[in-house]
Write a protein that binds this ligand. Sequence first.
Ligand SMILES: O=C(O)CCC(=O)C(=O)O
Length: 283
Amino acid sequence: MTSSLTISQTEQANFDQQGFLVVDELLASSVVRRLHDRFDAVFAGEFETGVSPDEVNWQEGSSDPSLTRQICNGWKADGVVASVVHSPEIGRAAAKLARWPGARLAQDNLLWKPPGSRSIGFHRDNAYATWLRPQEMLSCWIALDDVSANTGAVEFAAGSHNWSIDNTPGGEFHAPDDYMATVRSAAANEGADIGLHALEVPAGGGSFHHGWLWHGSGPNSSQQDRRGLVVHCISSEARFHREGFDDGTGPIYSRFARPDDDALDENHFPILWTRDKACASRI
Ligand SMILES: O=C(O)CCC(=O)C(=O)O
């Protein structure tokens, strides 16, 4: 990370109200360039550690070129991705914003929207996390290209983390016919305005967003790539919730549960930062 990420009281208050916080600079340009090379490698199936990511949803040569390219837990395959998504600074900021005693990495997400690629449907991250208690994520989205609205920027429905959470569907993630249908219907049920905010940031900048915040992204109608690296954090105290193993991403991540213990395995869900450890060693 470029510097220590501190969250001021005003930023915390804005986050509580809006459900997201924009950060101008998270990564130095030298790291962004290295990540461009690593994105080329992992989306071409070159996994330098010899370990496959947990979700390989797009590969060069065999996948639909009009879709947003997506790989989850690329950190298992690649050291440069790991060095960024294991950041204690991101973990500390996420824990502070979520008011957790610490943060673990639930999942990373490598997302690449080439020119002309289609949308990501509006969704709430927590809706996929039925297999966790607390069912709470807080995510850091890092831009690896300059992002403007026409490159398919992430769009947040400001304040929607406070809308009701009953029966929130996970939603179709890749290229639904109408990428805003879910949020429109949620806003109508709530009697609220959608209040869209497009995340327009330079490469290396990004944001933190609340796990119940509705967000998605439109097609990339520009001639530029739009790559993003997402760090989905959870509480350091989160545990498996077996009743949710069949929903959301439960079928994928419940494979890391032990038969007789709900604790999350450090090898798959590493701790990024905890208050106690920081007191002893870092702050
Ligand atoms: O990059 C995108 O378009 C979507 C990102 C997203 O869904 C997330 O960060 O949770």
